[in-house]
Ligand binder design. Structure first.
Ligand code: CMP
Length: 138
């Protein structure tokens, strides 16, 4: 069965005017866009999205950043291995560790302002997709 995942073009990449380039890369790699929208998250909404990280020292700063400007969540689909495929295109969370040719190498500033989020597994993907999109939109 074809797997779906959520990516978010984060506020740093939206400010850089890079939504189009990021989506074009996924399309070139054979992924399809199922749903997409621009959202300006409130601090509370950013905290809700990143609940699993609430105990981490970077939680406050991360959720400030994610609510600092519009972001662009997108549902992608691309066969049975969509999630690992998307994560490979993104590269390591920390751009300093990201391989040449990955989106984070190209667009990220640092480990927090890392341009694009991607779900890390099928259960997370399902929860994260439903955080931004209703059934009818999918
Ligand atoms: P993301 O894939 O959106 O998932 C959690 C986010 O937390 C991550 O990308 C980074 O933006 C951020 N993050 C992870 N580790 C750190 C860290 N050590 N310091 C600051 N931010 C981090």
């Amino acid at each position: 069965m074809s797997q779906r995942t959520l990516i978010i073009v984060k506020p740093d990449a939206v400010k850089k005017n890079a939504i189009g380039q990021i989506l074009a890369r996924f399309e070139k790699e054979g992924l399809r866009i199922v749903a997409a929208r621009m959202v300006y998250l409130s601090k509370r909404e950013a905290e809700g999205f990143y609940q699993v990280h609430r105990e981490r020292p970077f939680f406050g700063s991360l959720t400030d950043f994610m609510s600092s400007g519009p972001c662009f969540p997108v549902v992608l689909e691309g066969g049975e291995e969509t999630i690992p495929k998307v994560r490979a295109i993104l590269g390591a969370t920390d751009p300093a560790q990201a391989d040449e040719g990955t989106l984070r190498k190209q667009f990220a500033t640092n480990i927090e302002r890392n341009a694009v989020h991607g779900s890390d597994g099928p259960e997370t993907a399902a929860t994260e997709i439903s955080y931004f999109f209703r059934g009818l939109e999918l």
